[in-house]
Structures are given as structure tokens and as C-alpha cells.
Design a protein around this ligand. Structure first.
Ligand SMILES: [Zn+2]
Length: 229
């Protein structure tokens, strides 16, 4: 549990690939102070490269091509959130790509007061056809630190990221077969995860992700009570 008196708000982001949640959050982090977002993959790599206890554990699985068990991922994420709360006193923490399974939701609900006012699930609603269409057209900034995503309509004409100037590239995992797989993978776990959140009384906020990028951003800020102006 977080210390009592903790004021850090925790939002988990949920929505199919292509729903624009990453884009919306990156913009909010860029334009605001006291707002941070976690990429579980990046945090895993950091632990592994720094050789922490968690990193050594992770490496035992990934080095032989196995998935890292929920308990390890959850412990790592909870520790990270507690650090942000206790040491950095950040205002808002976004969790993107976590929790990904019911087991991870369980761990999150054990670690935090999910029914409390400082926690909410933000769901980006988008139908499969639209998600598929967007993923097949998008390009992403090749700079690992940036990873800004562009759609067909926002793709920079000169092929350079408008934020950091790096080359934008078409992602391999945005190919048709992989896209269909990612979307169906999301739908398979969606119901069980939302049901688990419902059981613990977590607040759920919905964002209509079928709008254009600025529209999604504005509604996202409005739903979490953050002034984007
Ligand atoms: Zn960039």
C-alpha cells in the first residue's frame, strides 16, 4: 500500500492497440510537470541492464524465451510507483501496458486502494475495424526515447519526427497478421480484466477514441480532470 497521505493519482490505461492512448499520454507528459508514465518494457530492460535483483530474475525467463511471470512484473511496477510517490511526489502516474492480465490486476488491487479516489482506469474505446485501419497506416519515431506515433494524416512530410527530428519508420509489428493478432489478444483479456476491476470497485473512465488525435487528447484531459489549456 502507498503511505497514507499519499496524493499521487494512479491511472491505468486500457484500450486496443491503435486507440491513441500512448500518444495522448506522451503529449500530457511533455506538456506538464509532475506527470509520469511507465512503459513496463522499458522498466524491465532497465532492471536487466543495471543487474538489479529484479533484473536477474527477469533475465532467467527472457534469456530462454519465456514470459516473465505476473508476480515479478507486478512487484517491479508497484515498487516503481511507490518510488514516484514517496521520493518524487509526482502528481499523476500513468500505467500503460500494465496490468495486462487478471493476475496483474490482482497484484495492483492488493498494492493500492483501487476503489479510492486516487485511482481510475481510463478506457480508450475503439472498434476493431478502426484499430486495424489505424495500425496498418501508422509510423513511429525511431528514437527509443521518443517513440512518437504518427497516423496517415499526421505523418511528417519530411519523414522526420516533429519532436526530436529522428527518422520515422514503419514498425514491423504493424504488419497485417500481427495487427489482427494483437487486437484479438487484447479482446480476449479485455472482459476478464474489466470484470476484475469492477469487482474491486475501481472507477472507470471512458474516452471516445474514434475522434481525431486532438479530440481524443482533449476528452482524455477532461475525463481525468486535467486542464489541457
Ligand atoms: Zn521523435
Amino acid at each position: 500500500m502507498l503511505d497514507s497521505g499519499s496524493t499521487t493519482k494512479i491511472y491505468t490505461l486500457f484500450g486496443p492497440p491503435g486507440s491513441g492512448k500512448g500518444t495522448a499520454v506522451r503529449r500530457l507528459v511533455r506538456e506538464s510537470s509532475g506527470v509520469v508514465t511507465l512503459s513496463t518494457g522499458d522498466l524491465c530492460r532497465k532492471h536487466v541492464s543495471e543487474g538489479t535483483d529484479i533484473g536477474i530474475e527477469i533475465n532467467k525467463y527472457t534469456s530462454v524465451g519465456n514470459l516473465v511471470p505476473d508476480e515479478i512484473i507486478s512487484a517491479m511496477v508497484l515498487e516503481w510507483v511507490k518510488e514516484k510517490d514517496r521520493d518524487e511526489k509526482v502528481e499523476i502516474v500513468f500505467l500503460d501496458g500494465f496490468p495486462r492480465s487478471v493476475g496483474q490486476v490482482d497484484a495492483l488491487c492488493d498494492g493500492f486502494d483501487c476503489a479510492g479516489s486516487n485511482f481510475a482506469v481510463v478506457v480508450f474505446d475503439l472498434d476493431d475495424d478502426e484499430a486495424e485501419k489505424r495500425l496498418s497506416m501508422r509510423v513511429v519515431c525511431g528514437n527509443k526515447e521518443c517513440q512518437e506515433i504518427y497516423s496517415a494524416s499526421t505523418e511528417p512530410a519530411d519523414g522526420k519526427c516533429t519532436h526530436c527530428g529522428a527518422e520515422v519508420v514503419h514498425r514491423l509489428d504493424d504488419d497485417a497478421g500481427v495487427i489482427a493478432c494483437r487486437i484479438s489478444g487484447y479482446r480476449e483479456t479485455e472482459n476478464s480484466i474489466m470484470e476484475r476491476y469492477g469487482n474491486c470497485g475501481a472507477k472507470v473512465l471512458h474516452v471516445n477514441a474514434k475522434q481525431d488525435v486532438p479530440g481524443v487528447y482533449d476528452e482524455f484531459c477532461e475525463k481525468i480532470g486535467f486542464s489541457s489549456k
